[in-house]
Every structure is written in structure tokens, then in C-alpha cells.
Design a protein around this ligand. Sequence first.
Ligand code: UDX
Length: 438
Amino acid sequence: MKIAVIGTGYVGLVTGVSLAEIGHHVRCVDVDVRKIEQLRTGKVTIWEPGLEELMVKNMAKGRLYFTTDYEVALEQAQVIYIAVGTPESEDGSANTQFVEQAAKQIATMIRDDVVVVMKSTVPVGTNDRIYQLLQENLKHNVRVDVASNPEFLREGSAIEDAFRGDRIVVGANNLKAFEMLEEVNKPFGIPIFKTDIRSAEMIKYASNAFLATKISFINEIANICERVGANVDLVAQGMGMDKRIGHPFLKAGIGYGGSCFPKDTKALIQLAGNVAYDFKLLEGVVKVNQERQTILVERLLERFHSIEGKQITVLGLSFKPNTDDMREATSIIITESLIQLGAHVVCYDPVAMDNAKGILNTEITFASNMIEALGNSDAALILTEWDEFKEVDVQVFKQMKSPIVFDGRNCYAPEVMAEMQIEYYSIGRPNIPITIVK
Ligand code: UDX
């Protein structure tokens, strides 16, 4: 089939590449000239395992094409995906202006019948509005249908998720749209859940809000574990064995970040508020997460009283491993607090440092590896559970001025750290007291 994808951000690019991989002819369009130029040279604009190989392969096969020209992209398209950003507005609601602009462009340009598919995360009711907008702005006598098809891709495993996701949700109000999307998605071999448009829009928000709730829940349990001498990792393991609960998203840590959870939870609270509903549970989830983000700084202050003039190493900057994405990363808040408290901050991340340099405080020093980052420091904070940190010989911490580690992601066994004479604080697990020799 001939498909156009509007927006080559995270979702648009992965969608375009995966649709080309299953045999469709895909044209991706973006207003960002530099981005399109880069993609045309076969270089991806985001760090995502497996994406570049698939992109280059499908470009070479002539199934994937990038352009800044809407006319070229939309020409003869049977299905048009909208995958532009819906950033958070000041009041927490999702800003749909880019989605609306895309719809207007489509309406003025199409000359054949199409199905417009919404990939962007939009508040419930947006697709109905987009349908109206399309009808009002049509320049030719063609039929336009609208479908909601939310994405559930995780950064770092987006390719895996695109080909092996649990479900594809399609919301539509007519047979033709369902049939077209069934035909498009069939080669993925993933179950398709067909529903009405508003329910499909809601599934996306409800899913992300539920996952965020699991995280805040286990983080609260971690706080209690610390007070009663239980181990949150073992508690989560035992809970997860119950199929009704499940293991995923029960990892206690320093809270959730990224481009989806913080934005979508606030948007759902706002959406509920618009229909006079107070979503108390989700408000609690968001509050718990906000408090969570500074927990390591509080622990550092409990330990040192003042960190003025101290050198603190921060390991891991991206909001989670296997991505260079810094959006809503806890490292932003933590490094800023450390600087405000007078510390000298040395950071290291395996892939996110280039992105971080434009975002984090300019007083921060960036080290080129873990060893360099740790040398001469008074304490180390682990914010992202990269394999490089988890698999390191913990001896590496012994070269610090004082081997004191605050681990926000439970990367190491407390017994091992105690044996190595490393003072170690983790999340929701009993501390094993040691006497520092140095
Ligand atoms: C998420 C959803 O998983 C995906 O379905 C949606 O489409 C987009 O948002 P993503 O933002 O890529 O994906 O990251 P995810 O792996 O879900 O993690 C989000 C945050 O939660 C990270 O900061 C992570 O560190 C944190 N997290 C996750 C935990 O603290 N504990 C967990 O058990 C799981």
C-alpha cells in the first residue's frame, strides 16, 4: 500500500520504517529541513537500537523516502499517518496545534480517498474534531475517514515493540477504515483490537497512567520497606508472580521520566478535570513521582550534611537505559540541585552526553568514561541502570576519594558492596553498615 507519515520524530520515524519493512511504500514528511537531509543520507536522528539498519535497508529497496514537500508525500497515499508532537501546555493539557495544522495540510492537498490515522497521543475527542476539520477544509470531492491508532512503543526497544507488540489498537467508526488498517497491519501478525475512536484514544492514556501508577506504587512500597527492614526487590518479585499483578513496571527507583509518562499522566488529570472529574489516584501518582526525583539528594545531605565544595559523580543521564533521550530525565533536576548546593558535578553517560550538554547546567564537567568520572569524587550517584554500570567490576568505586555510592536503580548487591568496603545506599533495601578504611 502507499502510505504517508507526517512527522519524523520518534514515533513517526519508527512507524515509517516498520511499515516499509513489512512491504509498504512509505513517504515520510517533516518541516524540519535539517532532519530530512540527515535521514536522506541514511543517518537516524535518534539513538534507537536496530532502527538505522532497517531504515537504510528499506531506503535501498525504494520503499522508504523522506521529503519536506507535503505534495510529494501525500500524492497517491491511501493511508496517511499523523505522528507529530502533542507537547504539554502550561496547564498540563496536550497541545494539539501541530495535529490540527497537519490535518489542514492534508485536507487541502489530497485528490484521492484516504484514511487518516492518528498516531500522536491526543485527548479524547480530538479525532472527532480532526474529522470535522478535514471535512471543512477539503478542496476536492474525496472521501476521508479517520482512525485512532495509538502507539505503545518503548524507547530503546521500539523496533522490538513495533514487530512484537502485545496489541494494535484501532479505533474507527466505519468498516472501510477498519478494513484498510487491517490490511496495513496484517503482516505484523499482532492481534488487532478494534474499537470506537474515543475508547481507542482513552486506551492510550489509561495504559500509560496505569503503568505510571505501578511505578509510583512500588516506590511508595520501597519507602515503607526501608522503614521496616524489608527488601523491595524481593517484595516486587513475590508480588509479580501473581499473574494478576505481573512482574513488569515494579522496579523501584528514582521515579519515571521520559516523553510519555510525565506528559500523559498530567494530560489525563486535565482531561478528567475538563469533565468535572477529580482523578485523585492519578494526582497521587504524579505527586509521589515528583517527590521521588530528589530522594538521592536528600540522602546525600543526610550523609554529608553539606555538599558544598564536594565533588559528586553522576552516572547515567538519560531517562532510562538504551536511549539518548533526556526528556524529563531525573538527572536534570538532580544535577541542578547538586550545583545549587555548591557541589562540583562530574557526569558520565554511555550515549546521552551530547544531548545532555545542551540541557544541563554549564558548570557540570563531562567525563569521557566511568573511571575518569569517579576519580577524586566524594560520592557517586547512579541515575540510569545502563548495562555498562551494572556489569562493571565494583572495584572501580574504590578509586574514589571516598567510595560512597548512592544507587537510584539498585544495580548492585548490598552484600557485595559491603564485602568490597564500599559504603552503599540503594532503594528500598536494608543498608549493610560498613566502616570505610580510607
Ligand atoms: C512509555 C510506555 O512504556 C510506552 O508504551 C509508551 O508508548 C511511551 O511511554 P518509554 O517512555 O519509552 O515508554 O519508557 P518506559 O520503559 O515505559 O519507562 C518510563 C520510565 O519509567 C523510565 O524513566 C523508567 O526508568 C521508569 N520505570 C519503568 C521505573 O522506574 N520502574 C519500572 O519498573 C519501569
